[in-house]
Design a protein around this ligand. Structure first.
Ligand code: 4AD
Ligand code: MG
Length: 430
């Protein structure tokens, strides 16, 4: 007899197999028992008849509780009506552990309750589907960069440097010094780009976000490519191609999961590059036309982004922001020194910013000036300034927050469901 998993059942039709898993659901109708078995790879229905499994096993079936761990043996048949398309006609049933009363019952639970039970909630069909899409998105990003000549450069999590402003830093005692958890691997990726030309880092990043929104986590994962000899235009091109590749891959490989999530895939299928573009200044005009009280020079909030991108059924590239609201490292626009050569990509359907990036300041004196204006400690950035002392070149890059991308592609209202164990202002457990 073959021990197999539910996702492999199609290869075993007509054969006797062993499945190990957990009780998702069970109901009995007289001499027949119906067991929905969940094994981590899928859910399949096992039908038990008293005459096949015997009195003891049938009595055991009757006592099964939700999420008990069990082993079933039986014959696989193809059945269109069965969930997943296959059914097991059981020959035997045994129990590894009889579960205590499971806190997550099929009835509706509030979000706080489910979040408190995240370690168990992950087993549900919907959370399972989201995590498979997340897995695919991460794999797609890696495949995209790996197949386009980018080298993976892991950047440190412990760092003396602020990247994205000083207000969202998590501080940490490091022996007799004070350091931070990284907000972005970018500065290190810039060093790596001068060594390897095209690189990417992919890791957890941390921001002490004090606001409670649908889009902010305090710990999130970011994929950040960085390219030497690359200007803003080419940077936008890489970002568009990565997004299109990622969405294409999810549509190709994770349709079943998108179905479970009841995601309307039409907007994803309609994606095409190049994406529409709007300068920051044009975007401000859009807000003004929509009667939003917004002054040129301000930063867009989530609501503003929704209004700006509303007219488009594609991701929207917004570029050339006021330098004053952007990080110190952004290169100023030679045509208008008030502007920095930054770019954001706003996902359609109101999901807002998923990508932020731009061209970096490559001039030593200008970078030093910006560093001072931002009140950053010069001595801690000497290594970064070195990159402008020794063979400085135009270079660019961007970062995509994985959780924002997952929320958009899955069609979720909040990022809290996009990561196995979310960290937010009021949540560090479980
Ligand atoms: O726009 P951000 O701050 O850009 C950077 O960090 C650059 N250093 C990246 C680069 O050029 N290499 O962040 C990039 C992306 C955002 O577009 C968003 O998707 C995500 O990171 N992000 C967050 N996701 C979840 N929770 C938060 N608190 C996030 N902050 C940023
Ligand atoms: Mg940003």
């Amino acid at each position: 007899m073959t021990r197999t998993t539910i996702n492999e059942l199609s290869n075993h039709v007509g054969q006797e197999v062993q499945l190990d898993g957990w009780v998702y659901n069970s109901r009995s109708g007289g001499k027949l028992g119906f067991l929905m078995l969940r094994d981590g790879t899928g859910i399949a229905q096992c039908v038990l008849s008293k005459s096949d499994v015997g009195d003891d096993a049938f009595a055991l079936f009757g006592r099964l509780t939700q999420e008990s761990s069990v082993t079933v043996t039986g014959t696989v048949s193809a059945d269109e009506r069965a969930p997943g398309g296959y059914e097991i006609h059981a020959q035997s049933l045994s129990v590894t552990q009889m579960a205590e009363e499971y806190p997550i019952s099929p009835k509706e639970h509030g979000t706080a309750f489910l979040m408190d039970h995240r370690h168990l909630w992950l087993r549900s069909r919907r959370q399972h589907a989201i995590m498979l899409v997340r897995h695919e998105i991460i794999k797609a990003c890696r495949d995209f960069f790996d197949s386009n000549g980018f080298i993976l450069m892991d950047t440190p999590i412990i760092t003396p440097n602020a990247v994205e402003g000083t207000t969202t830093l998590f501080g940490l005692n490091y022996f007799d010094r004070f350091v931070y958890l990284t907000q972005s691997g970018q500065l290190y990726s810039e060093a790596a780009a001068a060594a390897f030309r095209k690189v990417y880092c992919f890791g957890p990043t941390f921001r002490a976000e004090k606001s409670k929104t649908r889009r902010h986590l305090t710990e999130f994962w970011m994929v950040e490519p960085e390219m030497a000899y690359c200007d803003l235009e080419e940077n936008i091109h890489w970002a568009e191609e990565m997004v299109a590749f990622m969405v294409g891959r999810v549509l190709e490989s994770r349709r079943e999961q998108l179905d479970i999530l009841e995601r309307d895939t039409a907007p994803l299928e309609g994606l095409k590059t190049p994406f529409p573009r709007l300068s920051y200044t044009e975007a401000v005009d859009v807000l003004k036309q929509a009667d939003v009280d917004f002054e040129w020079g301000g930063d867009f909030g989530g609501g503003d982004e929704t209004i700006i991108s509303e007219k488009y059924d594609q991701p929207l590239v917004v570029h050339r922001f006021p330098a004053a609201i952007k990080a110190f490292y952004m290169k100023l626009d030679a045509d208008d020194e008030r502007l920095a050569l930054g770019m954001d990509i706003l996902a359609p359907e109101g999901y807002g910013e998923i990508i932020g990036g731009g061209q970096r300041e490559d001039d030593y004196a200008l970078l030093l000036k910006r560093l001072k204006e931002a009140n950053l400690p010069e001595d801690k950035y000497q290594w970064y300034l070195d990159l402008r002392r020794y063979g400085s070149v135009p270079h660019s890059g961007f970062g995509m927050g994985i959780e924002r991308a997952v929320a958009w592609i899955c069609g979720l209202p909040h990022v809290r469901e996009t990561i196995p164990f979310p960290r937010m202002l009021n949540r560090v457990e479980p």
